[in-house]
Structures are given as structure tokens and as C-alpha cells.
Write a protein that binds this ligand. Structure first.
Ligand code: AFP
Length: 302
């Protein structure tokens, strides 16, 4: 646990900053969830990746930006919805941390009322950074229940986030979240005609072995893989060789979480956490889940 007397910049202090970051995310989650019914429309703006932004994206980004830039030890706030980083004070990498978020992953599920969530990465280096610079990562999942999965150097745990008259509570419901040994489900993004032939051949094998679970929000689909075992992919596409998902905000945090839960994550060639980005909004193919299916995927693409 944290040492209140630790100086800022001590490795021990990482724990207190990480704890405060996820306290802030948990405290914001019920407010974001409550705002969603009124924010199911397009905002009329585009984000740094050229994607249409929902009103829910903007609201979640605003709330989380305010909450996270106020956390002691957060030196920089970077969002999938913003072109550039927000300076929160403090030198990142010298005692302060960069927090990167996808404020509302799967926001196109707002209209269809399907799962979506918030993805968080806590980096010990200014962005663009590799996943090896992560000191913690997590996601909030807005499903029938609001849950939060958090991974740090000690492992992965799952919490239920609730709000009552006493405020917001974080209750650990699984303190050692591990991928089940035997894969059960798979979810592959993109349109089948856009898959390269090698991935299509791999997908046909997996389809014969596992059950399809694809909901259009990475956090929901990855949570199924973490719960039941299996593999999730948003692959390289014929006309989009870098795929769709962003390294800093989606692939790195998810890879960090799943690898600490005993799984694997690759861009098709190397570990996601070793991918060297050029820009903060770089996209990367993501294949993540049990080691078996992920290793087979790498062989299939080789
Ligand atoms: P949105 O946030 O625009 O809904 O995109 C979600 C996402 O980035 C990721 O969460 C999903 O895995 C993937 O896109 C779904 O993409 P498709 O809509 O092409 O299946």
C-alpha cells in the first residue's frame, strides 16, 4: 500500500498516485453513466483520429479531464478525444505521471444501448510512450453493473462501483483476476471482406473452436475474454494495415491488463507493449487473449 511519507518521485509513491487516479475515475463513473441517456447523439465534431464524436464522448472527456488533472502526481492528461496533452503540472517521468484515457470506448453503442466503457493508462513517461512505460492500467465497464478492472505491478483485480447516499464506493469482487486456462469465446472487429487472407484463414479455424462474442466495444469484448478465456482482435485490414485501435489509449492499457492476467497481446509481430509509437494517436492492430490462440495468430500472419 502507499507510504504517506514517501517523497514525490519515489517508486513507492507510484502506488499513491495510481490509487488516487482510480479513485478519481471511480468517483466520476456514476455521473458519466447517469448522463448517458441524454447524450446519445452525435456532437457534430470529429476527434484527432478523424472520427465522429458523440455527445457522451465529450461529456465523459470533460468530467474525467477535470477529475484527473486535479490529482496530485498527475503531470499530463492525454485523451483520445483531444489533439494534444493537457499540462497538469509536475514533470512526467520525474515523479509525475501521464494519464491517457479513452473516455467513452464504444460510444457508437450509445444508440443501441450496448456495453461501453472508459480505458485508463498511467504512464511513467511523456506520451507518445511505449506500453513498457505503464505503471498501471484499467477500464470501467458500463454494463448491467458498473465494474472497474485495475492492473498494476501486483496483478489484476475487479471492483464493483456503486453510488448511494454515502457517496461512491469501490468494492473488490475479484482480487486476483486471471484468464481461464481454456479459451471459450472470440470477437473479431472489422468487416470480413476487409480481412487479409491470412487472418481470414485463422478466423475460420477459431470459429470452429470457440463461441462468437462481439459487441462493438473493446472493453466489453475484452471483459468477456478475461471472464471466459479466448481471443479478441481488431486486426490489420486490407485498406487499413494499422487497424483501428489507438496504441496509447486502447491497445497498450488492454495489453498491460491481459498480460498481467496471464495472457498475451501482439500487433501481429511483436508484443504490443514493445510497439514504438511515432505519435500519440497512432493506430495499431490488436490481437489479445490466451497465449495459445495469440501465438497461433502470430504464426498465421507470419
Ligand atoms: P467507437 O468508440 O467509435 O464506438 O469505437 C469503438 C472501438 O474503438 C472499439 O471499442 C471497438 O472494438 C471498435 O471500435 C469497434 O469497431 P467497429 O465498429 O468497426 O466494429
Amino acid at each position: 500500500m502507499t507510504d504517506p511519507d514517501a517523497d514525490v518521485g519515489d517508486p513507492a509513491d507510484a502506488d499513491s498516485v495510481v490509487e488516487a487516479v482510480f479513485d478519481a475515475v471511480a468517483a466520476t463513473a456514476p455521473e458519466i453513466r447517469a448522463a448517458l441517456p441524454g447524450r446519445r447523439v452525435e456532437s457534430g465534431t470529429e476527434n484527432a483520429s478523424g472520427e465522429s464524436v458523440m455527445a457522451g464522448d465529450l461529456y465523459a472527456d470533460e468530467l474525467l479531464g477535470d477529475a484527473l488533472t486535479a490529482v496530485d502526481g498527475v503531470g499530463s492528461f492525454v485523451s483520445e478525444e483531444r489533439e494534444t496533452a493537457v499540462d497538469a503540472g509536475g514533470a512526467v517521468g520525474e515523479g509525475a505521471y501521464a494519464v491517457a484515457i479513452d473516455p467513452l470506448d464504444g460510444s457508437s453503442n450509445l444508440r443501441s444501448n450496448n456495453a461501453m466503457g472508459t480505458v485508463i493508462g498511467v504512464y511513467d513517461a511523456p506520451l507518445p510512450a511505449t506500453g513498457r512505460d505503464l505503471v498501471a492500467a484499467g477500464y470501467v465497464l458500463y454494463g448491467p453493473i458498473t465494474t472497474m478492472v485495475v492492473a498494476d505491478e501486483d496483478g489484476v483485480h475487479e471492483e464493483v462501483i456503486e453510488e448511494d447516499d454515502g457517496g461512491v464506493s469501490r468494492s473488490v469482487v475479484e482480487d486476483d483476476l486471471r484468464l481461464p486456462e481454456d479459451p471459450l469465446v472470440y470477437g473479431f472487429g472489422g468487416r470480413v471482406p476487409d480481412w487479409p487472407d491470412e487472418f481470414t484463414a485463422y478466423a475460420r479455424e477459431i470459429e470452429d473452436e470457440l463461441k462468437l462474442r462481439y459487441g462493438g466495444a473493446m472493453v466489453g469484448d475484452v471483459n468477456q475474454v478475461l471472464t471466459y478465456g479466448g481471443v479478441f482482435a481488431y486486426p490489420a485490414l486490407v485498406d487499413a494495415p494499422d487497424g483501428k485501435l489507438r496504441l496509447s489509449f486502447e491497445a497498450n492499457p488492454i495489453a498491460y491488463i491481459v498480460e498481467r492476467a496471464g495472457g498475451a497481446a501482439t500487433d501481429g509481430e511483436i508484443d504490443i507493449l514493445d510497439v514504438e509509437p511515432e505519435g500519440v494517436h497512432d493506430r495499431v492492430p490488436l490481437y489479445v487473449g490466451n497465449e495459445g490462440p495469440v501465438e497461433r495468430l502470430k504464426a498465421a500472419l507470419d
